[in-house]
Design a protein around this ligand. Structure first.
Ligand SMILES: *Cc1c(COP(=O)(O)O)cnc(C)c1O
Length: 410
């Protein structure tokens, strides 16, 4: 390969983010390129969680709601997360899942545009994004989903009956990244509301929600909040007085402990809280946010571009004869922190690769996905991953029968 492993180790030695790698637990002999699916465990998460369990739950019991600020966790954690997506204090609430956050954002958008009956969604949107909108439309009645095939079809879809548009900034399959400011301006120019799914953006680089109406995302991918960590929802302040989601739970009530018979929304973004927050799940997320507070996002983006570009170069150089096709945009500006290749035997190829310690994942029907979390992935990891992939393909190690049987989670 044109760049040697020693060159990569030199790049790692010069990397200003290098020190963060030691703040994560990564098993020996593993190159973990799945931080875009489940981020790595931070070193402080276990103790932080044990402390919440033993001291707060064990020591304070129900008093923890006041004494340890459990009741406000969705907002206090939202304020900590907000800078990562370009939002301000009081604009982000954390809780539930991304699927549920989409229900909240879309239902609120529909109520803000009552005379418009169309929701524009992309066929490339993550399936749950599509499913929950289908469920919402099915139960509300009188609404229509207009599916587009890619952002180029957006303008033609933006008629004056469109209430809102739901898109992902980064495509979970290809890693292609949209220009959110430009798309948001087009959507708002057509009188519709813009809802962004930031699942593959938050923590991959500095996001800017800017003029967006709503944004949602998960915290267990690049943000390292842990499996099942709560999602976030951003609501632009211009909607704080009027937006109401369909999920009018007591934690979004103006006076939850007045136990009034009728729902009244809380002031501000708190109205998007639904029920009791998953207190224990906030502990590892807040431990991870302690790290994020010290991270320079410009360095994260620069390293992410360097890692993904190097991986593309090395794989194309060493795997050229083996039928891999780059699916991610070649222009780093148009790419998130992920690289995807297509291979007709993608599933057994990925299984064989994982057996050699290089963890990516597979997305049907034929995509090999590799996520590059800049806080803990280095240049030597990229070299090792490309070398292992070339070996799996060159020696046809993937033809082994045991790699063909599909596991439940891919
Ligand atoms: C990961 C992901 C989700 C996950 O939603 P959950 O409700 O947390 O399971 C949703 N949308 C996108 C785009 C994702 O990448």
């Amino acid at each position: 390969m044109t760049i040697s492993r020693a060159d990569c180790l030199a790049l790692d030695a010069d990397d200003p983010l290098r020190r963060f790698r030691d703040e994560f637990v990564l098993p020996d002999g593993t190159v973990y390129l799945v931080g875009n699916s489940l981020g790595a465990l931070s070193r402080t998460a276990a103790a932080a969680t044990a402390r919440v369990v033993a001291e707060e739950w064990g020591g304070q019991l129900v008093g923890g709601w006041n004494a340890s600020g459990w009741f406000d966790l969705p907002l206090t954690t939202g304020d900590r997360l907000a800078p990562l997506i370009g939002a301000g204090p009081g604009q982000v609430v954390v809780g539930d899942t991304t699927s549920i956050a989409i229900v909240k954002a879309v239902s609120a958008a529909l109520r803000l545009r009552p005379e418009r009956r169309v929701i524009v969604s992309d066929t490339a949107n993550f399936p749950t994004d599509r499913y929950v909108v289908q469920g919402l439309v099915g139960s509300l009645g009188g609404y229509e989903i207009r599916d587009i095939d890619g952002p180029d079809a957006l303008d033609a879809a933006l008629s004056d009956d469109v209430a809102c548009v739901l898109l992902s900034e980064v495509d979970y399959r290809t890693g292609a990244r949209l220009d959110t400011a430009e798309v948001t301006a087009r959507v708002r120019g057509a009188g519709a509301l813009m809802i962004w799914d930031l699942c593959h953006s938050a923590g991959a680089y500095q996001v800017d929600v800017a003029e967006a109406d709503f944004a949602v995302g998960c915290t267990y991918k690049y943000l390292n909040g842990g499996p099942g960590a709560p999602a976030f929802l951003y609501a632009n302040p211009r909607h704080h007085a009027d937006a109401e989601s369909i999920l009018t739970g007591w934690h979004g009530h103006a006076a939850p402990f007045a136990f009034e018979p009728a729902y009244r929304p809380a002031e501000g973004v708190r109205r998007f809280s639904v029920g009791t927050p998953h207190v224990l799940s906030f502990a590892p997320l807040n431990a991870s946010l302690d790290i994020w507070e010290r991270v320079d996002m410009a360095q994260v983006r620069a390293k992410s571009v360097a890692l993904t570009s190097l991986f593309i170069d090395l794989v194309e150089e060493s795997c050229a004869p083996y039928g891999l096709e780059l699916v991610s945009p070649r222009d780093p500006e148009r790419r998130g922190s992920q690289v995807s290749f297509r291979h007709p035997d993608g599933y057994p190829v990925m299984r064989a690769l994982i057996d050699r310690g290089v963890h990516g994942d597979f997305r049907a029907p034929d995509l090999l996905r590799f996520g590059f979390a800049p806080l803990y992935i280095g240049f030597a990891d990229v070299h090792d991953a490309a070398t292992a992939l070339a070996e799996v393909l060159g020696k046809e190690l993937w033809r082994d029968e045991r790699y063909r049987r599909r596991l439940a989670v891919t």
